[in-house]
Design a protein around this ligand. Structure first.
Ligand SMILES: [Zn+2]
Length: 425
């Protein structure tokens, strides 16, 4: 794996390509970018055929041990690895510890073990079991075992230090088993940077992890809702300064477009794309604008549309609370709402996805109120297309020095809404 950076944007931000990925070394992944979010290798609601109607999908698929661990015996029997088991082709497999969209209980970490929660409950992993799982999953990349329980409000400094020490100890043990395993030859390990909200511990964790032979870094315990966004950017900036330039940095648990933009500026390269899934599950559709094309005519048309949408959204989002991951954000519209009952526009004018080309908001509203599974399918198609389109637009903006313009576009609705709330309050 080789990270070729083509541009460092002023004020932070790295534009580039990860090349030579996978065992065939044929795949590549553009950064900043995101991984394809899945449950057990499948993008929720979508079959491979449906998924392939979307363009510009990332070449790396994320699966999590929390979903897979309970199927260890089946995979051992199957022998050919999880990619083949899930019917995936031409994609790189990245195996993370937890599912970013599934919250899990805390308080089950010990010196030697971490726990993941699957559909059948808790599974306790020590390094030996963790590595045995990696051998049957046979991913291309995996996140090293980590103690990430530092995001609760009352975390003590002692707990934070322990999480850094234990995560480094787990990494060294993983690397030892990895190097002695034939099955894992050519597989890359991502080291995990911990340190809670303590700057010195974050820096120590980054420095120590960077000394190990890892291919990239996961920035853990900074997920949305658990930490103040401004503090998070500050911590990430400090951490990325300590990390080598030529290895990718993956941030876990952050997906909102405004937070993505801030974290890219702080030096993050990769994200997990669970956000469009969360939006889909609440019956919402992503509709924020990221179009910075210079065509004045379409820009005016779009502005009209956006103003109308923005007015609709204000009335809906009475309480915009960024800490609550289940609540809708200013980047989406809620199709459950009665106002869409006779709205015959597509979800997003000009969107090339299957849903927007063939269906109207009124139809989606109808599917939702009648509890049809097709609602989730169509929303997931659009939300996935929109989200990955946003990352494409971000890279284009970075290449053409238009990041500020893109930021103004993406953040305008959020900021206007905050202003309105302040005026009202
Ligand atoms: Zn669409």
């Amino acid at each position: 794996m080789k990270l070729e950076l083509s541009r460092l944007v002023q004020g932070g931000g790295r534009l580039g390509v990860l090349k030579g990925l996978g065992r065939t070394k044929q795949l590549s992944l553009e950064v900043p970018g995101c991984l394809l979010y899945t449950h057990l290798g499948t993008v929720p609601h979508l079959t491979q055929d449906t998924l392939q109607t979307l363009s510009n999908l990332p070449s790396v698929t994320q699966v999590s041990l929390s979903n897979i661990a309970e199927h260890q015996e089946v995979l051992e029997e199957f022998k050919d690895g999880f990619r083949k088991f899930a019917g995936l082709h031409d994609t790189l497999l990245y195996c993370s510890l937890h599912d970013p969209a599934a919250p899990f209980p805390t308080g089950h970490i010990t010196n030697k073990t971490v726990s993941v929660w699957g559909s059948g409950g808790r599974i306790e992993l020590n390094v030996a079991k963790f590595m045995a799982l990696q051998k049957v999953v046979q991913p291309d990349w995996y996140q090293s075992m980590a103690d990430g329980e530092t995001w609760q409000n009352n975390t003590s400094l002692k707990r934070v230090r322990k999480s850094v020490d234990r995560t480094l100890a787990h990494l060294d043990e993983c690397l030892l088993l990895h190097q002695n395993s034939q099955e894992l030859e050519g597989v890359e390990v991502f080291g995990v940077v911990e340190g809670g909200d303590v700057l010195e511990e974050r820096v120590r964790s980054a420095r120590e992890t960077a000394k190990r032979p890892v291919a990239g870094f996961c920035l853990d315990s900074l997920r949305a809702g658990s930490i103040d966004p401004a503090l998070r950017t500050q911590l990430i900036t400090a951490v990325t300064k300590e990390l080598p330039e030529d290895k990718p940095r993956l941030l876990q648990g952050v997906g909102r477009p405004d937070e993505v933009l801030a974290c890219v500026e702080a030096g993050v390269d990769l994200f997990e794309s669970f956000f469009p899934f969360q939006v889909t599950e609440r019956g919402c559709a992503l509709c924020f604008s990221f179009d910075i094309s210079p065509d004045p005519e379409s820009a005016v048309l779009q502005l009209d549309d956006e103003e109308r949408d923005a007015a609709e959204k204000t009335q809906l989002n009475g309480d915009l609370n960024p800490d609550d991951q289940t609540q809708m954000t200013s980047f989406e519209i809620n199709l459950n709402d009665k106002r869409y009952q006779d709205d015959f526009r597509p979800l997003v004018e000009g969107c090339g996805c299957y849903c927007c080309k063939n269906h109207q908001r009124a139809y989606l509203h109808h599917l939702l109120v009648t509890n049809e599974l097709l609602a989730g399918v169509l929303l997931m198609i659009h939300n996935t297309a929109h989200y990955h389109g946003f990352f494409g637009a971000l890279r284009e903006a970075m290449a053409s020095d238009k990041v500020d313009l893109l930021k103004r576009r993406v953040l305008r609705e959020r900021d206007e809404q905050t202003e309105r709330k302040e005026q009202d309050g």
